[in-house]
Design a protein. Structure first.
Length: 634
């Protein structure tokens, strides 16, 4: 009887092999490696050396172990049983006898070092087969049923690409991959700093240029064979080829290519000297390309809404050693760029502008949100070609933003390297050529450069807000995040904005939102080209000081306790319905002479006040006063 079961189990294994073949696992050059009842991977061998299902303390292996060269930290394990009645035990505690119990047994051993997709299959034919899929994130022992984008349980054998993509939706998996990317960014900075010795502002260009070069299939296939002397030239040629494919107008292409050409000309990226050659015989640039190919591409392939170039820019910014020019650039956290899209309720019908695009974080989130509502390929092309407008003054930052959009398969058609105050460009945006398919924007998203001193009066953050609002069509919505100091005291810019536009809402944001930069901010929401005095409406003020994020040593602020989604839903419901909640939100009539912050109008709910709340407010107030004193002194 045992022999018959074993023989039938071989039939189940053959069924699994056939399904894997149908789903492309055995295709040549796909990077997928399938091992059966053993593994050549040292980490796997070590973890399974005492994983016997009989609990003898000896080694044990599942029927299949499947890995991918592009992400060695993710693997699939498969266990088979011949009879569906041995698919799963009630308590999942019989690994030797049941498919689900067995695969979870191995997955728990492997999850110490890997994110594991556990696949259990029982039965011997298409009509009499049960399939269960589970996910155990790296560092966890708890399994979760694998679901698709609509939260429906997956009961089939999927392609490796689909498994990898669906696993990415798990918050623990995403956090681990983000943590790995952060660690890699630190290591890469160390490599570039010690061996390449290029300037701070060129470091993110080296990363974004390499990501574009790796999109070029001939370069990807052959970069390992180039000599150190030829590598910079080949790198630049690959970037140029990809820009040619991207159908960018020549003037923009030249503007974008120039910063990359300057990077390629850095002497330390070419033939290494004797000291560097000992450690990096193929040259520093080869090392950078190889590391980025191994560590960043798998992340980009899954997290399309993640501003990966901005991530590296922000990480490298920590090492600028007091570069004053960098201080005014405060990159917007991803959960805030996504919050802006929620506030503006962005859909495929909107046209979005960011007049201070930076690395493109707002445009990436907006494009991702629009594409979610698109139903046809025609709509998707329209979004990428016509619905996103970005302006960036810095040529190097423009190159970063454009590369960021190219990495997502377009969206760069209406990026402009210019001052947002340039009259000709403003005219072209307000009165677009209808034959080109671009419309005047109806939504503006903005995080302006923060003024560094009183001498920057003409660059006051609110003048950027005014510029954005002036470009929008009547009734359009402008959302900006600015220092709270801009909206507390009366100033000329506040008056000028309200003469033409309506202040719809203001939200006080967490004091450490931009940690480690100490800028305290608020979100302002305006309705364009409707004078504030004529609308005669109350402004809604929200006290959004706690987003649930906590500071961690190496990852900065993260949603450690998974509170953000619930907090965001509560915030948005109150905002959209103009709800008033004691201590959380309030409405008030205001003009340019008033303070535009919730704290000025909120009624405190003393019944919920704790000592910690009191201390937090005192600390925030002290920090606010300190920052304003520093700003005044400058």
């Amino acid at each position: 009887m045992v022999g018959l079961l074993v023989a039938n189990e071989r039939i189940t294994e053959n069924y699994v092999r056939e399904k894997l073949r149908e789903n492309g696992y055995y295709e040549a050059d796909n990077g997928v490696v399938i091992e059966e009842q053993k593994s050549q991977i040292k980490r796997v061998q070590t973890l399974l050396k005492s994983a016997s299902k009989a609990k003898t303390g000896k080694g044990g292996y599942p029927e299949f172990i499947i890995t991918w060269e592009s992400d060695p930290n993710f693997l699939i394990v498969v266990e088979c049983k011949a009879d569906t009645k041995y698919h799963e035990s009630p308590d999942l505690d019989k690994p030797k006898d049941y498919a689900v119990d067995g695969v979870l047994h191995y997955a728990r051993y492997l999850s110490k070092d890997f994110t594991v997709l556990a696949l259990a299959v029982s039965g011997t034919s298409e009509d009499y087969t049960k399939v269960s899929n589970y996910l155990i994130p790296c560092g966890s022992k708890d399994h979760k049923i694998l679901t698709n984008e609509d939260s429906i349980e997956v009961k089939d054998i999927l392609s490796f690409e689909d498994y990898y993509r669906l696993a990415s939706f798990d918050p623990l998996v995403e956090r681990k991959r983000h943590s790995d990317l952060l660690a890699f960014a630190r290591d890469l900075h160390e490599l570039i700093w010690t061996a390449a010795k290029i300037s701070e502002e060129d470091k993110p260009l080296l990363v974004s240029g390499t990501l574009i070069a790796l999109m070029n299939q001939p370069f990807l296939n052959s970069f390992q064979y180039y000599s150190p002397e030829d590598m910079p030239r080949k790198w630049l040629e690959a970037i140029k080829d990809e820009l040619d494919k991207a159908d960018i107008p020549k003037a923009k292409k030249d503007t974008m290519l120039q910063p990359y050409a300057a990077v390629a000309g850095q002497p330390n990226l070419g033939k290494p000297d004797a000291k560097i050659a000992k450690k990096y015989p193929k040259g520093v640039l080869y090392e950078v390309i190889k590391e980025i190919n191994d560590n960043v591409w798998p992340f980009i392939s899954v997290y399309h809404n993640f501003d990966v170039v901005g991530h590296f820019y922000g990480e490298f910014l920590k090492y600028t050693a007091g570069d004053k020019k960098a201080l005014g650039i405060v990159l917007t956290p991803r959960h805030v760029t996504e919050l802006f899209c929620d506030i503006a309720n962005i859909t495929k019908k909107d046209t979005v502008i960011d007049i201070c695009a930076g690395t493109g974080g707002f445009l990436i989130s907006a494009m991702h949100r629009m594409l979610k509502t698109a139903m046809t390929e025609e709509e998707r092309l329209d979004i990428k070609k016509n619905r996103l407008i970005g302006i960036e003054n810095s040529p190097k930052m423009f190159a970063l933003a454009a590369s960021n959009m190219i990495l997502r398969g377009d969206g760069k058609a209406n990026l402009h390297q210019s001052s947002c105050f340039e009259p000709t460009l403003k005219k072209a945006i307000i009165n677009p050529d209808s034959a080109l398919g671009v419309k005047r924007p109806n939504i503006g998203l903005l995080n302006p450069p923060y003024a560094q001193s009183k001498s920057d009066a003409e660059l006051h953050e609110l003048y950027f807000v005014k510029e954005m609002l002036d470009l929008l069509e009547k009734g359009g919505l402008g959302v900006a995040i600015i220092p709270v100091s801009c909206v507390i005291s009366p100033n000329k810019a506040k008056q000028e904005i309200l003469e033409k536009h309506t202040l719809k809402a203001v939200m006080s944001m967490p004091s450490e939102l931009f940690y480690p930069v100490g800028t305290i901010t608020c979100i302002v929401v305006f309705e364009a080209h409707k004078p504030h005095s004529e609308t005669n409406k109350k402004t809604w003020f929200g006290y959004w000081r706690d987003d649930g994020y906590v500071k961690t040593k190496h990852m900065g602020r993260i949603d450690y306790n998974h509170q953000w989604q619930d907090i965001k839903d509560e915030w948005l419901e109150a905002y959209r319905n103009n709800e008033v909640h004691k201590g959380k939100s309030v409405t008030a009539y205001v003009d340019a002479n008033d303070e535009w912050v919730a704290e000025a109008y909120l009624e405190t709910d003393y019944s919920t006040l704790t000592k910690q709340d009191f201390e937090e407010v005192v600390k925030n107030y002290a920090l606010f006063k300190l920052m304003n004193n520093i700003k005044d002194e400058n």
